[in-house]
Design a protein. Structure first.
Length: 211
């Protein structure tokens, strides 16, 4: 190793060691909820989610099952899978297969999946799944081509720091997080947009008004 390389390595090593020493006096400020009015936060989420090509349907709690059924019918989604613990009142009489460990081939035959979520973020129009109750495992929400996600207005937070803080328990429990900003899409080197490569090609959000 040359003298110049040795000197560079020594400098980088010192920088790394300095950064590794924690300052015992440092205390991260707690994350507090945003100060904006609830209706403003929810409106922004709906607007920004729509800009990401997600459809947003706003309903009262009593109309959730009807809205879900209408969205599935509109997209032509007949073969529907749901998490094993999805609440019955989100489906009504809608026929759906409950996931009890379906393999990838079986999931691939499903046209749509219906789930709840953990939190939604107004400033980015993002929905976050922590794959807790009503959300199913990751494969369940990534393989079918159409995802219908039910979100309560009370789950919408103002910014990303607030969302991250709310997910602390999920992270400590070792649950994976899936951050969704619109339908799955990617662009090649010529910027040709292709949807559905990494997940559902169609994302329908059902935003449920607080009682």
């Amino acid at each position: 190793m040359s003298t110049e390389s040795e000197a560079r390595l020594e400098i980088l090593t010192r920088i790394a060691r300095a950064g590794a020493r924690a300052d015992p006096s440092f205390r991260r400020a707690p994350v507090t909820p945003g100060a904006r009015a609830r209706e403003v936060v929810v409106e922004q989420f709906a607007e920004f989610a729509a800009e990401y090509r997600a459809s947003v349907t706003r309903v009262d709690a009593a109309d959730v099952a009807r809205a879900v059924a209408e969205l599935l019918a509109r997209r032509g989604s007949v073969r529907v899978v749901v998490p094993s613990d999805l609440p019955d009142d989100l489906l009504g009489a809608l026929p759906a297969l409950r996931d009890e460990g379906l393999d990838t081939a079986a999931l691939d035959r499903m046209q749509a999946v219906v789930t709840t979520c953990a939190v939604a973020v107004a400033e980015t129009g993002t929905v976050v799944l922590d794959h807790g109750p009503g959300q199913g495992r990751r494969a369940l929400t990534l393989v079918p081509d159409h995802h219908v996600c039910v979100i309560r207005e009370s789950q919408v937070v103002d910014g990303v720091p607030e969302a991250v803080a709310s997910l602390r328990g999920s992270v400590l429990a070792g649950r994976p997080l899936t951050w969704i900003s619109g339908p799955s899409a990617t662009s090649d080197i010529e910027l040709s947009r292709v949807e559905g490569v990494h997940g559902p090609r169609v994302l329908d959000l059902v935003l449920v008004r607080d009682v």
